[in-house]
Design a protein around this ligand. Structure first.
Ligand code: 5AD
Ligand code: SF4
Length: 441
């Protein structure tokens, strides 16, 4: 049995693709190993969203090539594979085959052919019509939490972003298929599903089958209600696109307790001028109205965001607007990124006016502001009882259990491994930067 080591970089979509690749490989007689050194095959599922992520591929292949012992077969999958295709074979010595983002269903077959002696296979094709979207329980990142893609690709073409090129056009999965999948996951003991997509609120299936009778102005909010009706314990969804984030999504959260109180709504910049250059299709005014609506909800909904600093043309004034926005919004957390020019995107043609040193300064300043706001904001959880899904044991504390709250915070507490897979009511006693600690009540 050939041992396959599968390394995954990037977003949840990549994690989800890898879970399905592992499922297919397991079914076709390969063994998935966590031991990279002794693997016969190394598959790298790549990310191209920033240069740093892309760099990981080159470092990893270099490491494999220079290691002692027999050289494994190396396959490159995912976004870098899709964008670079055949050139990767020449660019990185040691790469045996290349499989794009929508061709991952054929990895098993391509690997078999490579082992049989076929050289340099490159597949950047579309998904097969009968592509199997299911993940075997053993290959899910958690026995209790499942990622469920509802839409793939992106049609938005924000000027800095490579995703529309690496993952192609938006394609929504049929609602009835998704609902059936949630019911299956529930019957297999999964407690939480994450509906995932680059822009979940752009969800637009070809037919309404499965959504009949569910209220909501958008197909996505009807899907949320339909998934809630399956009775699965918890539902989270990410990522939301501000332009298409309608109030009916908040209304669905308010109506269905199993829709979790967390919204990830990337703002990217606090300056209207920069948002326009980014072609985001939303203004600060509209974004703040959405924040106010979420804040005024009867549920305490945690809001998280993504921000890019140092976009081409970003002035001190624009950056100050971003700092001010961060102060106003009180995000539960924010992922801050330095702008990274991506070849092939419209912004790549713009002059990268902000120096790397200046990007770093802005990054650090914004990070400090966010950290302070975040600490203040998270204090509201102190003494509150949160529902935490016990997902794993912690190696650091004896009897330590770790999991996520409905508001998607990492919460650690002392408990019993028997609790794994169930929801614990945890009273928060300590709020740290990236996690909380509490006691079971
Ligand atoms: N440079 C820096 N950050 C980027 N992101 C996307 N493209 C780039 C880029 N070229 C960030 C955005 C997005 C997150 C997933 O990655 O903030 O929301
Ligand atoms: Fe990229 Fe914009 Fe699409 Fe998000 S919405 S994946 S940032 S193009």
């Amino acid at each position: 049995m050939k041992k396959v080591y599968l390394e995954t970089y990037g977003c949840q979509m990549n994690v989800s693709d890898s879970e399905r690749v592992a499922t297919a490989l397991g079914r076709d007689g390969f063994e998935i190993t966590t031991d990279a050194e002794n693997a016969d095959v190394v598959l790298i599922n790549t990310c191209s969203v920033r240069e740093k992520a892309e760099q990981k591929l080159y470092t990893q292949v270099g490491r494999i090539r220079h290691a002692d012992g027999p050289k494994p077969v190396v396959g490159v999958l995912g976004c870098v594979a899709q964008l670079e295709g055949e050139t990767l074979l020449n660019k990185i010595p040691g790469v045996d085959f290349v499989v794009g983002t929508r061709a991952v269903g054929r990895v098993s077959n391509i690997l078999g052919r490579t082992i049989a002696g076929e050289d340099g296979i490159v597949d950047l094709g579309e998904r097969d019509d009968d592509y199997d979207w299911t993940v075997a329980d053993t290959h899910r990142h958690s026995p209790y939490v499942a990622f469920l893609p509802i839409i793939e690709g992106c049609n938005k073409f924000c000027t800095y972003c490579i995703v529309p090129f690496s993952r192609g056009r938006e394609r929504s999965l049929p609602a009835d298929q998704l609902i059936q999948e949630v019911l299956d996951l529930k019957s297999r003991g999964v407690k939480e599903v994450h509906l995932i997509g680059q822009n979940v609120n752009s969800y637009r299936p070809e037919t309404e089958t499965g959504l009949e009778g569910f209220a909501g102005k958008s197909a996505f909010s009807r899907l949320l209600r339909a998934v809630a009706a399956t009775g699965i314990e918890r539902i989270k969804f990410t990522t939301s696109f501000p332009r298409d984030f309608h109030e009916d999504i908040v209304e669905a959260i308010e109506t269905h307790p199993n829709l979790c109180n967390w919204v990830h709504l990337p703002v990217q910049s606090g300056s209207n001028r920069i948002l326009k250059l980014m072609k985001r299709g939303h203004t600060i005014d509209r974004y703040l109205k959405q924040i106010d609506r979420i804040r005024s909800s009867s549920r305490d909904i945690a809001i998280t965001t993504d921000i890019i600093v140092g976009f081409p043309g970003e002035t001190e004034e624009d950056f100050k607007d971003t700092v001010e926005l961060v102060r106003y919004c009180g995000f539960d957390s924010a992922y801050i990124f330095k702008y990274s020019p991506r070849p092939g995107t419209p912004a790549f043609e713009m002059e990268d006016t902000v120096s790397f040193a200046e990007k770093t300064l802005r990054f650090l300043e914004l990070e400090n502001v966010q950290k302070a706001c975040q600490q203040r904001r998270l204090e509201r959880y102190n003494d509150k009882v949160l529902e935490v899904l016990a997902e794993g044991t912690s190696a650091r504390t004896e009897g330590g259990i770790t999991g996520h709250s409905t508001c998607h915070k990492v919460v650690n507490f002392v408990g019993d491994p028997k609790q794994l897979g169930s929801i614990a009511n945890v009273k928060i006693t300590q709020v740290k930067a990236n996690s909380m600690f509490g006691e079971v009540v």
